[in-house]
Ligand binder design. Structure first.
Ligand code: UTP
Length: 291
C-alpha cells in the first residue's frame, strides 16, 4: 500500500488569465471536451493510490462540490432510458471516486496560503499536492511517480519539466544535480526568477509530495512574488536543508490557467475521444489544409 494516501488540490485562485470565462465559473471546472479539468486531476490522484482528497475552494465554487456529489434528479431521469445506462453509471461513479472534503480559503493570498488551509486535514502524514489548474495526461500517473520517488529517497518530491527561457521566468527555477533516470536532487529554487537568478530551466509544474513540516514553515513565510504567500518559498527551505527530489515526470501537462493551454488540452483529448475522435480528426485536417 502506498505511504501517501492524502492529497490536497488548491482550487481557490481567481483565474484572472481566463476571464471572462472564470468570472462566475471556477477555471478548475472548465471542460476538456466533456469532463471538467478537476475530474482529470482527481482521477490521477486516485490512480496514484490516494484515498482522501481535500479541495481548497472559495466563494462561488459550490459547483465543484456539486460535481463530486450524487445528483438524484438527473440519475432518475437517466435511469428511465435504457440507452443511457452507460452515462448513468459514469455519473454515479464520479461521486465514488474518493473521499473528498472541502475547505474554504477565506482570502486569496496565494498557493502557499491555500496549502496552509490543509493543516488539520493532513495531520501527521506525508501528502500530495496537485494544483487545480494543471492537468497531466499519461498512462503512468504523475502523482504516483512522485510518491515512488518520496518512498525511494525518503525526501519530499516535486514534479518538474524543462521549460523555455521565457516560461521559466513565469514559473520557477530549480538548482538540480542528476541522480538517476528521471530523478534529480534539488537543493535550491526561486519563484518567478529574474534572468540572472535562473539556475536551470527545470520548473515545478503542478505536483509535489510534502511532509507536514511544510505547515510550520508556511506560518513563517512572508509574501513573496506578486505579494502572495508562495509555496515555492516554503519548499525552498526544505530543499536547502534536506534536499528534495525533482522528478522529470513522464506525462504531458496542460496549463488550464491560460487560454492556449485550454485549447491544446481540448484538441488533443478530442482527437483521442472514442465518440468524436474520428470526426474531429477529419474536421481538423480539413481546417488545417485551409490555414
Ligand atoms: P495560479 O496562480 O495559477 O492561480 O495558482 P490564479 O491566481 O487563479 O491565476 P491567475 O494568475 O489569476 O490567472 C495555481 C493553483 O493554485 C490555486 C489556483 O486555483 C490554481 O489551481 N490557488 C492560487 C489557490 O487555491 N489560492 C490562491 O490564493 C492562489
Amino acid at each position: 500500500m502506498s505511504t501517501v494516501r492524502k492529497a490536497v488540490i488548491p482550487a481557490a485562485g481567481l483565474g484572472t488569465r481566463v476571464l471572462p470565462a472564470t468570472k462566475s465559473m471556477p477555471k478548475e471546472m472548465l471542460p476538456i471536451v466533456d469532463k471538467p479539468a478537476i475530474q482529470f486531476i482527481v482521477e490521477e490522484a486516485v490512480r496514484s493510490g490516494i484515498t482522501d482528497i481535500l479541495i481548497i475552494t472559495n466563494r462561488g465554487k459550490g459547483i465543484l462540490e456539486d460535481h463530486f456529489d450524487r445528483s438524484p434528479e438527473l440519475e432518475e431521469r437517466l435511469a428511465m432510458n435504457p440507452a443511457k445506462a452507460d452515462i448513468l453509471k459514469e455519473i454515479i461513479d464520479i461521486s465514488k471516486l474518493a473521499n473528498i472534503q472541502y475547505v474554504r480559503q477565506k482570502e486569496t493570498r496565494g498557493l502557499g496560503h491555500a496549502v496552509a488551509c490543509a493543516k488539520s486535514f493532513v495531520g501527521n502524514e506525508p501528502f500530495a499536492v496537485l494544483y487545480g489548474d494543471d492537468v497531466i495526461m499519461g498512462d503512468n500517473p504523475t502523482c504516483g511517480q512522485l510518491v515512488k520517488a518520496y518512498e525511494k529517497y525518503g525526501k519530499c518530491a516535486v514534479g518538474v519539466k524543462e521549460v523555455s527561457p521565457q516560461d521559466v521566468q513565469k514559473y520557477c527555477s530549480l538548482k538540480v544535480e542528476h541522480l538517476e533516470g528521471r530523478n534529480y536532487l534539488c537543493t535550491d529554487m526561486v519563484e518567478k526568477p529574474k534572468p540572472e537568478q535562473v539556475m536551470s530551466l527545470f520548473s515545478i509544474l503542478g505536483r509535489c509530495v510534502l511532509t507536514p513540516e511544510i505547515f510550520e514553515i508556511l506560518e513563517h513565510t512572508a509574501p513573496g512574488a506578486g505579494g502572495e504567500i508562495q509555496l515555492t518559498d516554503a519548499m525552498r527551505q526544505i530543499a536547502m536543508r534536506d534536499g528534495m527530489i525533482a522528478v522529470d515526470f513522464d506525462g504531458k501537462r496542460y496549463d488550464m490557467g491560460n487560454k492556449l493551454g485550454i485549447m491544446q488540452a481540448s484538441v488533443e483529448v478530442a482527437l483521442k475521444h472514442p465518440e468524436i475522435g474520428d470526426d474531429f480528426r477529419r474536421y481538423l485536417k480539413e481546417l488545417a489544409s485551409t490555414l
